[in-house]
Design a protein. Structure first.
Lengths: 183, 183
DNA sequence: GTCATCATCTAGTCATTGTCTAGATGAAGG
DNA sequence: CCTTCATCTAGACAATGACTAGATGATGAC
């Protein structure tokens, strides 16, 4: 359907291209018109699917939260926190374009229903993962432990994706962090 | 000198205004022309001081790294890691506009001399802060411990500034994180 | 005191972008 | 067959970043 009037899969293709572009040059380098050119449609076509630029990033973030929740499901069910930490960082490294926009409140429409739903699903997954830790390993209130656990995997992922930990193995670092934190 | 031909303090004023705007609406909402209007100069004036948009963010980040190094100096000299962690997060909360661009490689000119200098100074400060931890509290290689320590304060600061930890006290969280990590 | 130098700022221009509007296309279903 | 509506086209507009040539005046040498 690539040469018909109706593209047929434009929304998905735009999201994929946007993720690639964000991973390559950051959110600023994403141009709706460039994405449209790349997809072989006119510059106004993306607006129908995403409304505006913010809508594109919101859709990308929602997709990212969905993928993250999926990526964590196994280890959370296995109640293996160290593996959850590794899987979290591995998700970010494998999906840099998605991850780079997921927590950028300034780029997203926080009121978007799909975003809220996927974000809640991913958040519940994370909470469950930390809730299963052996209490004798946790020296601080459990709610703080949850936030600290999130902060550390987010910190590793963010710093690595921003190039600040260029010479480190992020997965190994996540494992070490889990051990030092709760081991 | 506000109404003379030469502004006299344009560079500093633009940086301050840019920090405020980044804190308010993120880097995307920063417009060189809007900053110029606000400062009462023409749209071309900022280019002389920063070259282009990237140069503005680079200068802002360099200033931020300098401020960060200053903010950490006391506690590092006192070899008090918990306080360093708190001071780090407190710096980010107090200077959200600076912090939001400091690690955004896509917005910065990594080759800038001033940026590299200030970044190195802040990095050395952080390394020194973690290097003084009691060895029997550290279960992982010291280099990983450094990275983990950085990741956790960066994670707390980032998540808080992005609004993901809206109901938490970031300083208290930093203290708790230090205790759980190395306490 | 005068003058040259140069950092600083002005003013105009251009391509590009996001967004809005009206309308064309064609797929899907009654 | 024909209506409906999601999808896409096409044109326009204001705003922006970047570039250029030139005006201004602060500074320091003589």
């Amino acid at each position: 359907m690539a040469d018909s009037y109706h593209h047929g899969d434009l929304r998905a293709q735009l999201l994929t291209a946007a993720a690639g572009e964000v991973a390559r040059g950051g959110p600023d380098s994403v141009s709706l018109r460039a994405l449209a050119r790349e997809a072989g449609v006119t510059h106004g076509a993306p607006a129908h699917h995403f409304g505006d630029r913010r809508g594109l990033f919101t859709a990308l973030a929602a997709q990212g939260f969905g993928l993250l929740a999926d990526a964590l499901a196994d280890s959370v069910q296995a109640r293996d926190f160290a593996r959850t930490a590794v899987d979290y960082v591995a998700f970010a490294v494998a999906n840099p374009g998605h991850y780079a926009v997921m927590f950028r409140a300034d780029l997203l429409d926080g009121a978007d229903a799909e975003l809220q739903q996927e974000e809640t699903r991913a958040g519940d997954m994370l909470r469950a993962g930390v809730g299963m830790l052996p209490p004798d390993r946790v020296a601080i209130p459990v709610e703080q432990a949850r936030q600290v656990a999130w902060a550390i995997v987010h910190g590793i992922a963010s710093l690595y994706l921003d190039g600040a930990l260029r010479h480190a193995d992020p997965a190994a670092l996540a494992r070490a962090a889990a051990e030092q934190l709760f081991g």
